[in-house]
Design a protein around this ligand. Structure first.
Ligand SMILES: NC(=O)c1ccc[n+]([C@@H]2O[C@H](COP(=O)([O-])OP(=O)(O)OC[C@H]3O[C@@H](n4cnc5c(N)ncnc54)[C@H](OP(=O)(O)O)[C@@H]3O)[C@@H](O)[C@H]2O)c1
Length: 328
């Protein structure tokens, strides 16, 4: 019988991780002879922990908070998508013993949003909250789909601006602080109110009116704002987004950052990359704002794990059963 091949997830903290359970189910389903453990390594221990695991025969790693960017220094090569994202969530030990860093977060999220939840991302206005490793992993993949609008907002605005600069060739992304999101919303609400007043002022009782008189000129202009976003001013959308993705790690501390409530409307679908056996703080918050639906990141976790498994073992597990066993 061939020797058991070793895999692991490395992060800090790591006790909450369900990756070992998911990979165990995948291994049973596919008949692959692997082990999968969780390694708790604080940032100062990352280098030693990775070296030790690989030296002792480790074949691959998943990488989670807070190491997705730091681990790049330990890689010999990166895949194109990991290079673009500037973050690694999957490490592969190649035949020559070198380490290759990949990133399956983006594709894992897209598969969950499109295939499992049935969302039409290309026609959505999407807001990503957070600008850490996970946000980097998903933004390039989202930008490639050319959604109607893609905005990234972060506590530290400079990090969001860096991402907008780095991803400029992939797609149009707009960077905002949480405060600026609220300002945008209030400007849009003011503009809507002005339009309504103008419409009423314009009515002349002697004129014949058709529905066309009330449809805004959609020609738009391509003015670039301070954060590098070229918007069609006449097509300015309303304040609430169609899809709001929380990619901050605040939930790990039981917190919800001060996101403005105006980003959520009755049709908004919310997605928290964080996941928990109980409701996450962001999901609780999003529901309290009256969103249409709020999902935890279990589906993404399972799909990115299936993608990693496929890279390591050359077989993609069916995720249906695992998804049924975990909360939505
Ligand atoms: N479901 C999945 O498969 C999956 C995959 C990947 C990640 N995740 C989850 O995604 C989350 C983020 O992971 P990551 O790797 O991107 O972490 P990270 O690189 O450490 O980035 C953390 C991000 O959260 C923000 N943040 C943290 N605490 C905050 C607070 N109190 N208020 C406002 N912003 C705060 C940071 O803002 P600053 O830049 O201002 O510090 C930064 O943007 C984690 O919860 C992780 O478990 C899930």
């Amino acid at each position: 019988m061939p020797e058991v091949e070793k895999y692991a997830v490395i992060g800090h903290p790591i006790a909450h991780s369900k990756s070992p359970v998911i990979h165990k189910v995948f291994a049973e389903q596919t008949g692959e002879n692997i082990s999968y453990e969780a390694i708790d390594a604080p940032p100062e221990e990352l280098h030693n922990a990775v070296t030790r695991f690989i030296t002792l025969g480790g074949r691959g790693l998943n990488v989670t908070v807070p190491h997705k960017q730091a681990i790049i220094d330990l890689m010999d090569t990166l895949t194109e998508r990991a290079e673009i994202a500037g973050a690694v969530n999957t490490v592969i030990k190649l035949e020559d013993g070198s380490l290759c860093g990949d990133n399956t977060d983006g594709i894992g999220l897209i598969i969950d949003l499109q295939d499992n939840l049935g969302l039409d991302l290309e026609n959505m206005r999407i807001l990503v909250l957070g600008a850490g490793g996970a946000a980097r992993g998903i933004l390039a993949t989202l930008a490639e789909l050319r959604p109607e609008e893609l905005v990234i907002a972060n506590r530290t605005l400079d990090k969001a601006l860096d991402i907008v600069d780095e991803f400029a060739d992939i797609g149009r992304i707009k960077a905002r602080s949480f405060e600026e999101l609220a300002e945008d919303a209030s400007e849009m609400a003011d503009a809507d109110a002005d339009d309504d007043i103008d419409d009423i002022d314009d009515i002349d009782e002697d004129d014949d009116y058709s529905a066309d008189d009330y449809i805004a000129d959609a020609s738009g202009s391509d003015d670039e704002d301070d954060n590098g976003y070229e918007g069609d001013d006449d097509n300015e959308p309303g304040p609430a987004f169609d899809l709001v993705i929380n990619a901050t790690s605040a939930g790990l501390e039981g917190k919800v950052p001060p996101f403005p409530a105006c980003i959520i409307g009755p049709d908004t679908v919310c997605y928290d990359l964080s996941y928990s056996m109980r409701e996450t703080p962001f999901v609780t918050w999003a529901k309290a704002q009256g969103c249409a639906a709020a999902h935890q990141g279990w589906g993404m976790l399972i799909e990115q794990a299936a993608e990693s498994f496929n890279i390591w073992r050359d077989i993609r597990p069916d995720t249906t059963d695992v998804r049924k066993q975990l909360p939505s």
